[in-house]
Design a protein around this ligand. Structure first.
Ligand code: NI
Length: 228
């Protein structure tokens, strides 16, 4: 399941994120790559000790918190602190790879976050760089994703994916790993589809008795499948 969400960041947040990122020093993206991903990863990343990182992370997490479609699609249980990367010049691509299933939680030593869902928040305008297409290979083939700045894509961490080389300009983005309350991708998809359909139905016919019943069914399925 691949879900794109527009305008997750406001114009003001985008401007302040860019300002913070503009003052930062970047390091090789190898710092968070597993051995297999490290062979194809050639980009830059904000280091953990970057002064701007806590503020940037808070800005992104606040934005996710007020975005109901993100909640519906990801059903997040734990979000690993967001990372920031940059593709430009000689460090401009990330070949096809899969994300590590388990990641150490930096804020809680010795504990792990299971990566069910990966997300990319685009911070550069698409017309400001060539290439840099996030390419996701799922059961229905390859999907290219290049969104306007401030928009987010959510996709399964289990997919094979990569970023095509950036030929001109620079592509800055935020990437995240999320453990979902609903581990199974098929169950997550059913819940998302039902939630979105109910949202439309509610707008079209109001809180009728069947809508209330179906809403109850959604929550009962969530009760059955969610782990906290
Ligand atoms: Ni990845």
């Amino acid at each position: 399941m691949l879900v794109t969400i527009e305008d997750v960041l406001t114009k003001e947040e985008l401007a302040s994120a860019r300002q913070l990122l503009g003052q930062s020093q970047w390091v090789s993206g190898q710092v968070t790559a597993g051995p297999q991903a490290a062979q194809v990863k050639n980009n830059l990343q904000l280091p953990e000790n970057a002064a701007a990182l806590p503020g940037l992370r808070q800005l992104v997490l606040d934005a996710l918190n007020r975005t109901p479609v993100f909640f519906a699609a990801a059903l997040p249980l734990k979000i690993l602190p967001p990372f920031f990367n940059r593709y430009s010049g000689a460090s401009n691509t990330y070949g096809f790879h899969t994300d590590n299933a388990m990641r150490l939680a930096p804020d809680r030593p010795g504990t792990y976050v299971r990566s069910d869902i990966s997300a990319t928040l685009f911070l550069s305008e698409p017309e400001d760089y060539d290439g840099g297409v996030l390419t996701i290979d799922d059961t229905f083939g390859k999907h290219g994703v290049k969104l306007k700045a401030g928009s987010l894509v959510v996709y399964p961490s289990s997919s094979i994916h990569g970023v095509t080389p950036v030929g001109r300009g620079e592509r800055v983005s935020c990437f995240m790993f999320i453990q979902s309350m609903v581990r199974d991708q098929g169950q997550r998809q059913l819940l998302y589809d039902m939630d979105m359909a109910l949202l439309k139905l509610r707008q079209e016919v109001g809180e009728t008795e069947p809508v209330v019943k179906l809403t109850g069914t959604y929550h009962n399925l969530l009760r059955r499948w969610a782990e906290t």
